[in-house]
Ligand binder design. Structure first.
Ligand code: DGL
Length: 264
């Protein structure tokens, strides 16, 4: 199927998800929308984030005719996914279920940590999904809001970032969890510092990687894969394209060009 896969996030962070998607599905066409005019979503109410998510999904469906929607933003996935799934006929993939699927497949799984924005942790979405998928698990969630700004600053591995990680993850220091869900678009770029703090005994579950795996399976099962050709990416933003391209590079792992501003 030639139609693109729609991917949206509050801003640049979702490029970590797009990067994994493009690696797993090299022939697909993607349209990425970063809601840079209204970022961050992390501290906003469920009502507001759901309204934003619906506006973006409407835009991608009406103007780009997407065949599948990936809600790359963990906050939007935690707060708006059930509503989006109710409204739209196309498949909608969020970040929560793919991570929980991976956590459920791990051996042991008595202790699972979740880190994310305030909105993600407050929603209880990960805890609820883990409770039903891994009933034996002891889950502890910690909001780590400052990590978003540090990652956007490009401070992925300096003394300040290491200190902030140590402060947030202190409850895990004595007894690191068997698995830690990196429940935010920005955390994949901080993996090295998080790993350094927790040590090698904790499996880090990366929502970008897990979601890409699920999208791959879903496109195959529904026979909706693009049959061949080179992959394409279109970048859309709701605010300044220049900043998105500059900051986005660190999350996408390569240059971000041809970014267009859209009104929703
Ligand atoms: N994209 C958001 C998330 O994954 C982080 C940035 C924000 O707060 O908007 O939760």
């Amino acid at each position: 199927m030639e139609n693109p896969v729609g991917v949206f996030d509050s801003g640049v962070g979702g490029l970590t998800v797009l990067r994994e998607l493009a690696a797993v599905l090299p022939s697909e066409r993607f349209v990425y929308l970063g809601d840079t005019a209204r970022v961050p979503y992390g501290g906003k109410s469920a009502e507001t984030v759901t309204r934003y998510a619906i506006e973006i999904a409407n835009h991608l469906i009406l103007h780009r005719n997407i065949k599948l929607l990936v809600v790359a933003c963990n906050t939007a996935s935690s707060l708006a996914l059930p509503v989006l799934r109710k409204i739209y006929k196309i498949p909608v993939v969020g970040m929560v279920d793919p991570c929980v699927r991976r956590a459920a497949a791990l051996p042991g799984k008595r202790t699972i940590g979740v880190i994310g924005t305030l909105g993600t942790v407050r929603s209880g979405a990960y805890e609820e999904a883990l409770r039903s998928a891994v009933p034996s698990a002891n889950v502890r969630s910690i909001p780590c809001p400052l990590l978003v700004s540090l990652a956007e600053e490009g401070w992925t591995d300096n003394a300040i970032t290491r200190a902030v990680i140590a402060e947030y993850l202190a409850p895990f220091r004595e007894e690191p969890p068997e698995a830690l869900i990196l429940g935010c678009t920005h955390y994949p770029v901080l993996k090295g510092s998080i790993r350094e703090y927790l040590g090698t005994g904790t499996v880090l579950i990366d929502s970008a990687e897990e979601a890409a795996r699920v999208v791959d399976i879903l496109l195959s099962e529904t026979e909706a894969r693009r049959s061949g050709g080179a992959g394409e990416v279109e970048f859309l933003v709701t605010d300044d394209p220049e900043r998105f391209a500059r900051v986005g590079k660190g999350f996408y792992g390569q240059g971000v060009s041809d970014v267009h501003r859209v009104a929703l």
